[in-house]
Design a protein around this ligand. Structure first.
Ligand SMILES: Cc1cc2nc3c(=O)[nH]c(=O)nc-3n(C[C@H](O)[C@H](O)[C@H](O)COP(=O)(O)OP(=O)(O)OC[C@H]3O[C@@H](n4cnc5c(N)ncnc54)[C@H](O)[C@@H]3O)c2cc1C
Length: 382
């Protein structure tokens, strides 16, 4: 077999060992209970912060290690995926929301918010989607009306990851409804603000330990100091940051694909039918050969995206390609993996069953496959 293409250096492998030790001790033994609870306890975030697993790119002056290298994020994702800990919202926090604060925040905002994000005392979320607007972000109806020294925020959001645990929520709202995409801004809503409440922790088919919630804003007074980035510049900010989110989802996909391949190889070598291991049947071998080939292609592709992201060269269409292609591949491979496991693949006690339900959302959140293809199509000039 070809060796797995790697972009990691010794320091990334050292970090992997730290992450693995943490996850094996603090997460793996408890995840099943958290799935029943529908949420990961906040203390786990604080412990992860203490172990140095949160917000690597936050500069030292704001309490972080100041290492702007997405390979660390990818290693953490691989280790989380290795144990199937799909409830941890760390990648949303590390890869997506905190970079918004870090990139767009003023010095004062960063001083106020980032140290808690690094220590795990502050958990973050981003609230774009609404009951009436998901793919069509310009259709958001949440409004933030200028009242002099503050904005008055009204509206509701749905499907928000870390929605119950979140202390800071980056909310997409219309500040100038007449101006369409150019009238959208990002506001940071903080836990405890009057009029900010959480709806249901939603009952999902997978990602059972992740708190995905509805959020409600009723006349929330958001001080002007909590405007993130430019007034009416929210759409441009989202377009700038979304490629990173899409590479992050692709790193989850490739890690999940590699795990499914491993699970299936183990199973095919040990499960017997008709007096031989099922891996001895040509069909099983062919399926595994296809999985191994596609896993290799996906890894090369995602490694390239991570390298480009680090160099500031990842463009929107490349990130969209990585997002739709790796997540659709993940869905296909995990489905084939269940088939290899036969009836046991349908049993929740087998990790492949959980990998199957957890995979289904991957082609939907972070922009659906169809939306990614629309974006790529625009770049193709058609
Ligand atoms: C578990 C989970 C976690 C999530 N986390 C977050 C989060 O943290 N923050 C957040 O803001 N959102 C989050 N979401 C929301 C997610 O991003 C949206 O569900 C997603 O963007 C799709 O929006 P929608 O559900 O409104 O579907 P719709 O936009 O209604 O789409 C329905 C179908 O129509 C298709 N479609 C829509 N427009 C087009 C078009 N122009 N061309 C072709 N096809 C089209 C879509 O591809 C899809 O197949 C999460 C969702 C889930 C389930």
């Amino acid at each position: 077999m070809p060796t797995k293409p790697s972009i990691y250096e010794p320091e990334h492998e050292d970090f992997r060992a730290t992450a693995r030790a943490f996850l094996d001790k603090e997460v793996a033994p408890h995840h099943e209970q958290w799935e029943k609870d529908g949420i990961v306890p906040r203390e786990v975030w604080a412990k992860a912060g203490e172990a140095g697993l949160l917000c690597f790119d936050v500069p030292e002056e704001y309490g972080g290690p100041g290492i702007d290298d997405f390979r660390f994020n990818a290693v953490l994702t691989e280790e989380i995926t290795r144990i199937g800990a799909s409830g941890l919202g760390f990648s949303l926090h590390n890869d997506i929301v905190v970079p918004y604060l870090n990139t767009l925040g003023t010095d004062e905002q960063k001083r106020r918010w980032l140290p808690g994000c690094v220590s795990g005392e502050t958990i973050t979320a981003i609230a774009m989607t609404e009951p009436g607007a998901g793919s069509d972000l310009q259709g958001v109806r949440t409004t933030a009306v200028d009242k002099g020294d503050h904005y008055l925020l009204n509206g509701s959001k749905i499907f928000i990851t870390n929605g119950i645990n979140a202390d800071l929520v980056v909310v997409v709202a219309k500040t100038d409804p007449e101006k369409g995409a150019h009238g959208i801004s990002l506001l940071v809503v903080e836990r405890g603000m009057e009029g900010f409440s959480r709806g249901r922790n939603l009952d999902k088919m997978g990602l059972k330990a992740q708190d995905t919630a509805e959020l409600v804003f009723e006349d929330v007074v958001v001080p002007k100091e909590n405007l993130l980035g430019e007034l009416n510049g929210g759409f441009v900010h989202l377009m700038t940051e979304l490629p990173r989110e899409r590479v992050s989802v692709a790193t989850i996909a490739v890690a999940a694909i590699e795990r499914v391949l491993e699970l299936c190889l183990d199973y095919a070598k040990t499960r017997e039918a008709f007096g031989r291991p099922i891996g001895a049947f040509q069909n099983t071998r062919f399926v595994l050969a296809e999985m191994a080939t596609e896993a290799h292609i996906a890894r090369v592709f995602v490694n390239d995206c991570i390298t480009k992201l680090n160099a500031g060269e990842v463009d929107t269409s490349l990130a969209s390609m990585a997002k739709w292609w790796t997540t659709e591949l993940q869905k296909k491979i995990v489905d084939a993996g269940v088939q290899i496991h036969g009836g046991y693949g349908y049993m929740n006690e087998y990790p492949i069953a959980k990998a199957y339900v957890d995979s289904r959302i991957q082609t939907i959140y972070g922009g659906t496959t169809e939306i990614q293809k629309e974006i790529i199509g625009r770049f193709l000039g058609v």
